[in-house]
Write a protein that binds this ligand. Structure first.
Ligand SMILES: *[C@@H]1O[C@H](CO)[C@@H](O)[C@H](O)[C@H]1NC(C)=O
Length: 280
């Protein structure tokens, strides 16, 4: 799964980077998403492989904090980028005449840079708050990746204030981008149902449909992982949700985008034939 994820996402970045036809905001965002998924699996899966190899299924709180910082940054980035992509779909479908002005390269770069900035700041504040907690020395974490709830359960100090702060922060960073996705798709549906579907619209919607699939997978597992109260949290269920969230979504992303998308398929074929020509 690790190799498929790495290969799939790297191929997407390569195809989009090498093909002039795919130099549009939508595909630049997709390349960014693949880049994030590549990094994402690199913060999680090597640790899983080490755990399997060593039969040692735990993590130290310090290792956990380090992993948590990278992991949260990438999750938040994923979160923000998916909402940026929803906005991009909205502009492409509902405001096609304004697309080139609304999604000019500077604006795209600004959206991506802002996402990086905010996810870094939020992840840092979470990790900083978590570093204030004192952990009982004998405890280690029975999982391969550290999310906030199991870590808080191991704390020896009182964490109720911290829990409220973290919950508010994660709720905000989940709810704001998700509302952006909902509003964008509400507008898209409105446009699609009002105007008879032309071929161009159909094509755009096939990409937005892929986006919607990824959004559903991502938020579905995210809510399963984060939005259980800490008392009802069960370790086994948490691990299943974590696997979907950290390994299945990044692995499926390239397939979801390339199998249903004619432009991606053509670009992939062009890249393959170019490779064959230069090799010959
Ligand atoms: C990410 O998006 C920006 C803005 O559209 C683009 O310039 C950049 O090349 C993208 N990064 C990757 C890795 O494709």
């Amino acid at each position: 799964m690790y190799l498929v994820t790495l290969m799939g996402n790297l191929i997407i970045i390569l195809v989009i980077g090498s093909d002039q036809h795919l130099h549009t905001p939508m595909y630049f965002f997709l390349a960014n998403l693949s880049f994030i998924y590549t990094c994402f699996t690199c913060t999680i899966v090597p640790k899983v492989l080490v755990n399997i190899h060593s039969q040692h299924h735990t993590m130290s709180p310090t290792g956990c904090l380090v992993q948590m910082y990278f992991f949260l940054t990438l999750t938040l980035l994923d979160d923000f980028l998916l909402s940026v992509m929803a906005y991009d779909c909205y502009v492409a479908i509902s405001l096609p005449l304004h697309y080139t002005t609304l999604m000019c390269p500077q604006r795209c770069l600004l959206l991506v840079a802002t996402s990086w900035l905010f996810s870094d700041l939020l992840a840092f504040s979470h990790t900083f708050l978590m570093a204030q907690v004192s952990f009982c020395a004998s405890h280690s974490i029975p999982n391969f990746f550290c999310h906030l709830l199991p870590l808080l359960k191991l704390a020896c100090s009182n964490t109720s204030t911290l829990q409220i702060m973290m919950f508010t922060e994660s709720a905000l960073s989940g709810v704001v981008p998700l509302s952006c996705v909902f509003v964008s798709y509400a507008h898209i549906m409105h446009t699609i149902f009002r105007i008879p579907c032309t071929r161009g619209k159909h094509k755009v919607f096939s990409t937005c449909g892929s986006h919607l699939t990824v959004v559903t997978l991502f938020y579905g597992s995210l809510f399963l992982v984060y939005f259980q109260s800490s008392s009802s949290y069960s370790a086994e269920f948490g691990i299943v949700a974590s696997v979907v969230y950290t390994m299945v979504t990044p692995m499926l992303n390239p397939f979801i985008y390339s199998l249903r998308n004619k432009d991606m398929k053509q670009a992939l074929l062009r890249l393959l034939s170019w490779g064959r020509c230069t090799a010959a």
